[in-house]
Design a protein around this ligand. Structure first.
Ligand code: TYM
Length: 331
């Protein structure tokens, strides 16, 4: 049985990008593997959230996880900071990671551009902590979206380096859990290539958006006046609408609008109406479960307690093994 590890930062509500990147196929995934799904609260501290927001968002992510189908009977669901062994593993790995290689990571360079007043050491060390999350349970597979590909590659580098330095094959080299296809990148409604709440909340469809909110957001999505010649390549914003439709709609629906586009007969108002209805139908079961779970604090607490116990058990074993491999052991 393979080990699967994945995490999501509690920076807000989960959107369709998170769903298709990390949560799709939960049911199959947790039936076939040993899964550890956590809420990456340490990682979210790089942007200095307010304490009450962080606290609320941890709860939100947990609710979204459960509503999306993650089953605490089958998978360990926990908060990263409830398993502090990850900090020790991150520290130990960081001794074998070079500052230069961390400075070259794309997500770090992007953060430096975006938040030049807050280039903290946590940002630089972000990929090491992420590698520690994954290696802590000696994962085989990591379900992530395309944006996390480089972090996963670094995790493999660090694992391989550790193995090489200590003459062991202790860490497996984890690969993306891509469900047999390319890693996905769900676009935003604002014409950008990635749905992301840090860019623009209105460009995101959250799993907890009510049907009328979804309709409003989708109707306002960026489009244009339509093609003037048949079979033209699509501009980015239009490509985005088709990508979203491919994710949630029936193949015939997609094909219908593709043909309309290619024949210059497309009416984006109609396409958006259809897209909004299909997104709503797609997330309806998740949305309903979110509403139920919101009032069930007792259950939520129990899930996290149990998940943390399971994750700590696996983490404690790894830390014990790693300490021994590097020469930290009783005299
Ligand atoms: P985060 O919190 O930014 O995103 C959580 C998950 O959602 C995916 N994702 C997307 N996938 C497709 N299209 C999009 N538009 C989109 N937006 C987000 C991300 O790829 C991710 O799978 N560093 C991680 C959190 C993390 C983690 C880990 C993940 C910490 N430790 C260990 C896996 C394993 C992050 O910031 O994800």
């Amino acid at each position: 049985m393979d080990i699967v590890v994945s995490g999501i930062r509690p920076t807000g509500l989960l959107h369709l990008g998170n769903y298709f990147g990390a949560l799709r196929n939960f049911i199959k995934m947790q039936n076939e593997n040993r899964c550890y799904f956590f809420i990456a609260d340490y990682h979210s501290l790089t942007t200095h959230p307010k304490a009450e927001h962080l606290h609320q968002n941890i709860r939100n992510v947990l609710i979204d996880y459960l509503a999306a189908g993650l089953d605490p009977e089958k998978a360990a669901i926990y908060v990263q900071s409830d398993v502090p062994q990850v900090c020790e593993l991150s520290l130990l790995l960081s001794m074998q990671v070079y500052v230069g290689e961390l400075q070259r990571v794309s997500s770090f360079k992007e953060k430096v551009r975006r938040q030049p007043d807050n280039v903290n050491a946590g940002l630089l060390n972000y990929p090491v902590l992420m590698a520690a999350d994954i290696l802590l349970h000696r994962a085989d597979k990591v379900p992530v979206g395309k944006d996390q590909e480089q972090h996963l590659e670094l995790t493999r580098d660090f694992a391989q380096r550790f193995n090489h330095i200590h003459g062991t094959d202790y860490f497996k080299l984890p690969v993306a859990y891509n469900f047999g296809s390319e890693l996905v990148k769900i676009p935003g409604l604002d014409g950008t290539t990635k749905m992301s709440k840090s860019d623009n909340e209105n460009s995101c469809i959250f799993l907890s958006d009510a049907p009328e909110v979804i309709r409003k957001k989708v109707m306002k999505a960026v489009s244009d006046a339509g093609p003037t010649e048949p079979n033209q390549p699509k501009p980015q914003a239009i490509e985005n609408l088709f990508t979203l439709m491919k994710a949630v709609s029936a193949p015939e629906t997609l094909q219908f609008f593709e043909e309309q586009y290619n024949q210059c007969q497309i009416r984006y108002g109609d396409m958006k109406k259809q897209l909004a209805a299909d997104i709503t139908a797609y997330i309806a079961p998740i949305y309903e479960r979110i509403l139920e779970l919101r009032s069930d604090d007792d259950y939520l607490r129990k899930v996290l307690q149990r998940g943390a116990e399971q994750a700590r058990e696996s983490a404690t074993q790894t830390i014990q093994d790693v300490r021994e491999l590097i020469g930290i052991k009783p005299l």
